[in-house]
Write a protein that binds this ligand. Structure first.
Ligand code: MN
Length: 746
């Protein structure tokens, strides 16, 4: 009836959509009482106002994002109104004029603290050039020991970002995905949030290993009907018997395994999709009182194994001893119809809720009084205490910290006893020395051996669940560097590193004295600037390193000739350059290119070299990896090493792209593999064609033949991917029995 300008119409539509989503959120929050409802509304209003007029990369109004994060918090994690409010406002301080003080005034100190933690965490977004997030991550963890909600909301935020990653640039996708695999999925695992962990993993490999992801997804879809039929066949006799036995069955379902876990299995066992036998698991959920739930699970187990044969060694009992993250269930593998092995998971409704939604659900059960204080409370608190230790250890550098933290996420735990009968909780595979450091750092530092269950063992002895451990010390003992090779706990590692550093610092003072004496003798004034110059001259990463290496004569007194050090050099690197590539002058194994072809990060001046493992050529999709001491290495995105680099060191990934134009005279090395039916003169025909007709230079050729077929490898000098593809195409078109593929060189 009224005529509106298109913008107005669009604005009206947006407004309607925002309100609709807000109502969906309120519904998910459930009945929370008026006061709590007002809290959510206030938070929504603050967020709405703060993000007004801003849009996401996908073109949606920004407020959709906090609304979605809050929705995940409410619906998928079952978090309460406070967390929902925090989720709504998680980007407010970061992205608008609203300050933490404003939030505190309006919502109180508790919520302000959570928002503060979230703001710190997002202070560095995944923009180009920012590759090291470790320090920020540590800052975030500083707040989680105060309030776990920070991390829970952060996980919701990450999950939504992963779900909407398609609209980001390819390099952001890779970076965010690899960081998710590296940190957030393990974190979700540690917190027992299996549903979120699985989704984060699947979404990540969708970008980091997109081809394999698609392949598995397609094959899963193609086999779905067949799989569902089998699951029905498996379940039918089961349900009847379970119900006949008086068990109250909440649900029996067949669940496909995640794409990520299927892919892991394929890789680990080197098998194709078709040979992964456990593509799904059957989950049986019993509804029972907390007092009877374990008994009911075991009863269900015995009924199932009456119907289907099982293997004794395929039983995993996490009822008696839950996993450190609180997971409780019985897992077994049985021989189902058509002689197929099927994994069966048995758990109660409560256990299932906790497994899917993690601690949030756990606390809810505790609060409602339906569960007593459980062993997992203790193990979790223990973990949190250790994280706190780690975070507060100023001596750890950011990367060491990340490694330690990552380890603490993934390790399961064992219980051992002190001679007095006290129980100590240690990471799985802990050694006697770890135990010693757990007791006290002095006990660790002086440890020379141990008695385990009365038997004398070396300090590197690996402990087992239930061991009784007595530590033997000696005043003569001192901390050794090689101890780091076998200890596993974060505590032992950091204590050992600390005392090594201490020792190094003391030693370094001697080195400084030697150096000062040299300068005095040469009658040159020694100051900070000089120290820096000497450090650069010997390619040392820090002054402490320099002095220490002088003290232990790794840099000999003869090398310390002041006149030589101060002599002008033709190609002296600037400080920036030295920092950028680490040990600049040690650079012999790699040749820093003069930034001709590739832009690394946003920086046109960063030096780099091409990785030997995949030899990128212009046109290949690439990324940079910040190495220690060898500057940035450029890899192909489908480099065989890329996945592990990206998933293990996501924070060191930096974007890289080929410049649109550069000197095309330069040739790059690329390898091709040619296979086909053997035939007289085939090799010379191929090489003639390459060198004479296509005018491509070859670096090396090797051919072999076997049972009427040949298989050859040629290393070529090529200009770019177009050039290479053209060559491959031309070679293939000469002979229909021949296949030509590009190969990695290393
Ligand atoms: Mn966000």
């Amino acid at each position: 009836m009224n005529v509106q300008a298109p913008e107005l119409e669009k604005a009206e539509q947006e407004k309607q959509e925002i309100i609709k989503r807000y109502r969906v959120l309120l519904r998910a929050a459930g009945s929370v009482g008026n006061e709590r409802r007002k809290l959510i509304r206030d938070a929504f209003e603050v967020a709405l106002e703060a993000h007004r007029g801003t849009y996401r990369k996908s073109g949606e109004p920004y407020i959709f994002h906090p609304l979605a994060v809050a929705q995940i918090a409410a619906q998928e994690l079952g978090l309460g109104p406070n967390s929902i409010a925090c989720a709504l406002m998680h980007d407010v301080v970061e992205d608008s004029d609203v300050t933490l003080e404003d939030i505190e005034m309006r919502f109180g100190p508790k919520i302000a603290r959570v928002i503060n933690g979230l703001t710190k965490m997002s202070a560095v977004h995944f923009e180009a050039g920012q590759s090291i997030q470790a320090e920020n991550f540590r800052k975030m963890l500083l707040t989680i020991s105060d309030d776990l909600r920070v991390i829970l909301v952060k996980l919701c935020d990450r999950l939504h970002n992963m779900r909407t990653l398609a609209s980001m640039s390819h390099s952001s996708q890779l970076k965010i995905s690899s960081e998710t695999l590296f940190l957030y999925a393990p974190l979700a695992h540690r917190l027992g949030l299996y549903a979120i962990k699985t989704e984060l993993e699947d979404l990540s490999i969708k970008y980091t290993e997109s081809e394999k992801y698609e392949e598995i997804a397609q094959k899963l879809a193609a086999t779905k009907t067949q799989r569902n039929r089998y699951i029905r066949e498996f379940i039918e006799p089961l349900r009847e018997k379970l119900e006949a036995a008086g068990l109250n069955i909440f649900e029996i379902k067949g669940r496909p395994k995640s794409i990520y876990s299927i892919l892991q299995k394929m890789k680990k066992q080197g098998i194709p999709f078709e040979q992964v036998y456990d593509l799904f698991a059957i989950r049986i959920i019993v509804q029972s009182d907390p007092q009877r739930e374990k008994e009911d699970c075991w009863r269900a187990f015995s009924i199932i194994t009456d119907i289907y044969k099982t293997q004794a060694d395929r039983l995993r009992d996490w009822l008696t001893t839950p996993k450190a993250n609180g997971y409780e269930a019985l897992h077994t593998t049985v021989l189902g119809p058509k002689a197929k092995w099927v994994e069966v998971q048995i758990r109660s409704k409560r256990m299932d809720d906790i497994a899917e939604r993690g601690l949030a659900a756990h606390w809810k059960y505790k609060a409602s009084g339906s569960a007593q204080s459980t062993p997992q409370d203790a193990t979790f608190d223990n973990w949190l205490a250790r994280v706190k230790d780690m975070v507060e250890n100023k001596e750890l550098n950011a990367l060491e910290f990340l490694d330690d933290f990552k380890f603490s996420l993934l390790s399961e735990e064992i219980y051992v006893f002190t001679p007095k009968g006290d129980i100590r909780n240690l990471a799985n595979k802990s050694t006697a020395l770890d135990f010693a450091f757990d007791i006290h750092s002095d006990v660790g530092a002086k440890c020379i051996g141990a008695k385990v269950n009365g038997k004398l063992v070396p300090i590197s002895h690996t402990l087992k669940n239930g061991d009784l451990v007595e530590i033997i010390t000696s005043q003569k003992q001192r901390v050794h560097e090689h101890w780091l090779d076998f200890v596993v706990t974060v505590k032992a590692k950091s204590k050992i590193r600390n005392s090594l550093r201490e020792e190094k610092r003391n030693k370094a003072e001697e080195g400084l004295e030697i150096l000062e004496r040299k300068f005095r003798n040469a009658k040159v004034q020694f100051n900070d600037q000089m120290a820096q110059r000497v450090m650069r001259y010997f390619n040392q990463l820090s002054l402490t390193d320099l002095y220490y290496n002088i003290a232990i004569a790794k840099i000999s007194k003869d090398d310390l000739e002041v006149s030589k050090i101060l002599a002008p050099k033709d190609d002296k690197p600037s400080v920036e350059e030295a920092v950028a590539v680490g040990r600049e002058r040690d650079a012999k194994p790699f040749v820093p290119r003069k930034n001709e072809e590739i832009i690394v990060g946003d920086d046109h001046e960063l030096n780099y070299s091409l990785a030997k493992c995949c030899n990128p050529i212009p046109g290949d999709p690439i990324f940079g990896f910040v190495t220690i001491g060898e500057g940035v290495k450029i890899h192909r995105i489908n480099c065989p090493n890329a996945i592990s680099l990206m998933s293990n060191y996501g924070y060191r990934i930096i974007k890289a792209e080929w410049k649109a134009k550069f000197n095309y005279e330069k040739a790059f090395q690329a390898g091709i593999r040619i296979t086909g039916i053997d035939d007289v003169g085939v090799v010379s025909r191929i090489t003639d064609m390459i060198s004479k007709e296509l005018k491509v230079n070859m670096k090396s050729i090797s051919f072999g033949s076997h049972a009427g077929t040949f298989d050859g490898t040629i290393i070529l000098y090529i200009y770019d991917t177009t050039h290479l593809n053209e060559l491959i195409h031309k070679l293939e078109s000469t002979n229909k029995h021949m296949t030509v593929t590009r190969i990695d060189l290393a």
